[in-house]
Write a protein that binds this ligand. Structure first.
Ligand code: PMP
Length: 445
């Protein structure tokens, strides 16, 4: 066999990775890449860390795997305690999984079981945003409002009621307050059509990632959503798989707006890219109700194993010990300034948005009308390839159906230094300059 037996997605041939250290990766040809997106927004502490390695080795030397129904294990308890503390005790219970999709599946099933246990089996709908991304398994995909991924599967997922998420970039006249009211009114109307007593939960990414390019909610919107949940007696779920565990400069993104959920999913950065570990956090009353009625009918073999939890614990301890949330905020401010400077250079950079070290850059054909570039131009892929050629990794996406256009995420590891942030911006500037001359000039002319 001449080609690799692996298959993932269609795309250009990839270099083979050799090794990584700090915010850098090298391929087997010796080329250096600055990891400007922390892999898939997961390698939050950079590559090649000895402290994580040592914690993993120490755990491997004791025991790698035990099953959650046979043994309690100290790293799992300690990591769960750390997660509860990160929510300042708002969410008291933790259920471990191995990925973001599993965390979302767990949230879906726990929330449904909660209402079944309460004798409210008629509650069967979830409300989620368009666009949004909640994962690739069928339940999580059902919540996802991201057309290219949904399309082949709509008839075999349970789906959800999709409502527009706030898009402050494309918000039209009437001002921010009126806009939020309109978005909330649309959400309420969709709930009322289905019947308020059929809703299990509203599911929201406080900062969007893969689907929206770091689109943000705001306090008024979240408070409005919380009020709707309370009014209709349903739960509020925040999907912080991507934006949780410090990425936005606070342990969880929702803390920036002070509106707490009933359930929260997190994963990606929890194991910092060293081992898969994710978690569902939730209020104690939900768990008590489910446990008093036969228990949670759900679980995955590798959930909460000692090696996974020791890795997650080492990552959380490193963030604490090194004061990395402060660095996320400081480098985030530097990144924002640099990205906004690039925006002022190129009119086709329509929007720069984000928090902490999670920044989205949206590219538009017409900055006044905010119209996306034609899909065939594949701008999101072109900019990513040019950045890679310049030695910078960024995370590309396009949202179709006029919801947004080409965008990319800049989301380096929390450990990035001031000079490395400058280097990131220099490499990005070179890639954008080439994009302007080699691609955009002919599209806009
Ligand atoms: N939810 C959100 C908000 C995500 O960003 C992702 C991953 N991009 C997922 C869920 C799914 O996580 P995983 O890929 O680990 O299954």
């Amino acid at each position: 066999m001449t080609t690799s037996p692996l298959f993932y997605q269609a795309g250009p041939a990839m270099p083979e990775v050799s090794h990584g250290h700090g915010v850098f990766l090298w391929d087997t040809q010796g080329k250096e890449y600055l990891d400007g997106c922390a892999g898939a927004i997961s390698c939050n502490l950079g590559h090649g860390r000895q402290d994580i390695r040592n914690a993993m080795l120490a755990q491997l030397d004791r025991v790698a795997f035990t099953y959650r129904t046979q043994f309690e294990n100290a790293p799992a308890v300690a990591l769960a305690e750390a997660l509860v503390e990160m929510t300042e005790g708002e969410l008291e219970k933790v259920f471990f999984v191995s990925s973001g999709s599993e965390a979302v599946e767990s949230a879906i099933k726990l929330a449904r079981q909660y209402y079944v246990a309460r004798g409210e089996s008629q509650r069967r709908h979830f409300v989620s945003l368009r666009p949004s991304y909640h994962g690739s398994t069928l339940g999580a995909l059902g919540l996802t409002g991201y057309q290219p991924l949904e399309a082949p599967f709509v008839s075999i997922t349970s789906g959800s009621i999709k409502v527009p998420g706030p898009d402050f970039y494309r918000q039209t006249d009437g001002g921010r307050d009126a806009y939020i009211r309109r978005v909330l009114d649309e959400t309420r109307a969709a709930i009322e059509v289905a019947g308020g007593d059929t809703i299990i939960a509203i599911v929201i990414e406080p900062v969007g990632g893969a689907s929206t390019g770091a689109r943000l909610v705001d306090k008024d919107y979240l408070e409005g959503i919380r009020r709707l949940c309370d009014e209709f007696g349903c739960l509020l779920i925040f999907d912080e798989v991507l934006c949780g565990v410090g990425r936005t400069g606070t342990w969880f993104a929702y803390q920036q707006w002070g509106v707490a959920p009933d359930l929260l999913t997190t994963a990606k950065g929890l194991g910092a890219g060293y081992y898969p570990v994710g978690a569902l956090l939730c209020r104690e009353a939900i768990v008590e109700t489910v446990m008093a009625n036969g228990g949670f009918q759900h679980g995955h073999t590798y959930a909460g194993n000692p090696l996974a939890c020791a890795t997650g614990l080492a990552a959380v301890e490193a963030i604490r010990r090194e004061g990395l949330l402060d660095n996320v905020q400081a480098r985030g401010a530097q990144l924002r300034q640099g990205l906004e400077a690039l925006q002022s250079r190129y009119p086709w950079i329509g929007d720069v948005r984000g928090l902490g070290l999670l920044w989205g850059v949206e590219l538009v054909m017409d900055p006044v009308e905010k119209t996306p570039f034609p899909a065939e131009a594949n701008l999101y892929a072109r900019v990513t390839a040019l950045a890679k050629a310049e030695g910078l990794l960024i995370y590309p996406r396009r949202t179709l159906n006029g919801l947004a256009g080409d965008h990319f995420l800049v989301s380096p590891p929390f450990t990035i230094s001031e000079s490395e942030t400058e280097l990131l911006l220099e490499r990005l500037a070179r890639a954008l300059d080439r994009l302007d001359r080699e691609v955009v000039a002919s599209l806009i002319a």
